[in-house]
Design a protein around this ligand. Structure first.
Ligand SMILES: [Zn+2]
Length: 176
């Protein structure tokens, strides 16, 4: 049976850290580091590498390329952002990072964190404090990723991108 090239949806990307995965696309079988989990309504699930993901249809590819970009940004932010320590008036410690004029605050420690977004546009004096979101059974790095995804979701004006961010957030928070 010939693998259809259209109709695949990219569900998630998993960084294995090294090339320990295998591309499942027929005739490929390459060792891969980034597992792209795709789904086709007639074929079910298939894990492919970053080369074979390019064989998706144009619309799928545009969506996927954007998700890949988001994922890279999330990963880069979690790894490279500078986090400083702070303490609330009630003496609760937290770490925070700045993104544009906004701040991301993370309370707690592994495996229990909570994050809060402090939003401020250029020229504004006061922050708008967001809700506090709990994160269970996650590393601090994952908490940073989730908080960043939430911030990107709040700042995005593109409904398709908001959906992707929401899916990515859900994927990360519900995966074992
Ligand atoms: Zn492949």
């Amino acid at each position: 049976m010939i693998e259809p090239d259209s109709g695949w949806t990219l569900l998630s990307i998993d960084d294995l850290g090294s090339r320990t995965g295998t591309c499942e696309r027929r005739g490929c079988g390459t060792d891969i580091q980034y597992e792209h989990l795709t789904y086709h309504p007639k074929r079910g699930y298939m894990v492919v590498g970053s080369t074979c993901i390019q064989h998706l249809t144009k619309k799928d590819r545009m969506l996927s390329a954007n998700l890949i970009k988001i994922y890279r940004n999330v990963s880069a932010f979690a790894h490279q952002s500078t986090w400083e320590k702070g303490i609330t008036k009630k003496r609760k410690p937290y770490i925070y990072a700045t993104y544009n004029h906004h701040k991301i605050r993370i309370y707690g420690q592994e495996p229990y964190h909570a994050f809060q977004l402090h939003l401020k546009n250029k020229g504004e004096r006061r922050y708008t404090f967001g809700e506090i979101y709990q994160i269970k059974n996650r590393s601090t790095l994952e908490a940073k990723e989730l908080a960043y995804i939430a911030l990107k979701g709040v700042l995005s004006t593109d409904t398709e991108e908001q959906d992707q961010l929401r899916n990515l957030y859900r994927e990360l928070i519900t995966s074992p």
